[in-house]
Design a protein around this ligand. Structure first.
Ligand SMILES: CC(C)(COP(=O)(O)OP(=O)(O)OC[C@H]1O[C@@H](n2cnc3c(N)ncnc32)[C@H](O)[C@@H]1OP(=O)(O)O)[C@@H](O)C(=O)NCCC(=O)NCCS
Length: 173
């Protein structure tokens, strides 16, 4: 059960948020150093050329401090499939609805852009248990798994969610 959600503003982050992104990603304690570098690269791409490869969304508290962010983009070579590349929330504000608010806003933006399927990739490691619980709570289903993908004993788990089209049509399948 969540405690009261902090007052949140959701908006595209700025290049000056890079330091907070690094702090948040490191503070979560789940990412390998090489993944931290990738997170910064994806964030950089999203803020420097929004929408070219990546879009980003930041969650700010009432002091205008970045407390979470998400990066997403359309999957090249597909019709209406989008990848949610990255989401991380400051551990000091976990379980207060920040991640849920970020995901809902990303899904709305994806649906508004004609997206129909959202794909997220995560790890089978025990320390990603809360992350998998998070996706499941948001109605993502585990639709594929590649054993030993990240490392021996560390599988890739693919979660997907079909979006309700913005036109009000019902999703297929
Ligand atoms: C995954 C993550 C973004 C969730 O952010 P959050 O703001 O804490 O999530 P929310 O508070 O919006 O949680 C929404 C729901 O997800 C589920 N959930 C979230 N954290 C959970 C946990 N630790 N254990 C069990 N369920 C959890 C709950 O159902 C929760 O609803 P509830 O609190 O009303 O029960 C955050 O834990 C995080 O940054 N993790 C590390 C980074 C990461 O793994 N990113 C994804 C990489 S693939």
């Amino acid at each position: 059960m969540s405690v009261a959600a902090p007052p949140l503003t959701l908006r595209p982050p700025r290049p000056s948020d890079r330091g907070r992104v690094l702090e948040i990603v490191r503070a979560t304690g789940v990412f390998r150093p090489s993944e931290v570098d990738i997170a910064l690269e994806v964030f950089g791409g999203a803020v420097q050329k929004p929408g070219v490869d990546y879009h980003a969304l930041g969650a700010y508290d009432d002091a205008e401090r970045l407390i979470g962010f998400a990066c997403y983009g359309s999957t090249p070579g597909t019709e209406g499939t989008w990848d949610l590349y990255w989401i991380a929330v400051d551990p000091g504000t976990h379980r207060r609805g920040v991640g849920r608010a970020l995901m809902a806003a990303c899904e709305r933006a994806i649906a508004d852009a004609g997206g129909r399927l959202v794909v997220v990739e995560t790890s089978s490691r025990p320390d990603y248990g809360p992350t998998r619980a998070f996706y499941q709570a948001l109605a993502y289903g585990a639709t594929a798994r590649i054993p030993d993908f990240y490392a021996p004993g560390d599988d890739l788990v693919v979660y997907t969610k079909r979006l309700v089209p913005s036109t009000g049509e019902r999703p297929h399948g």
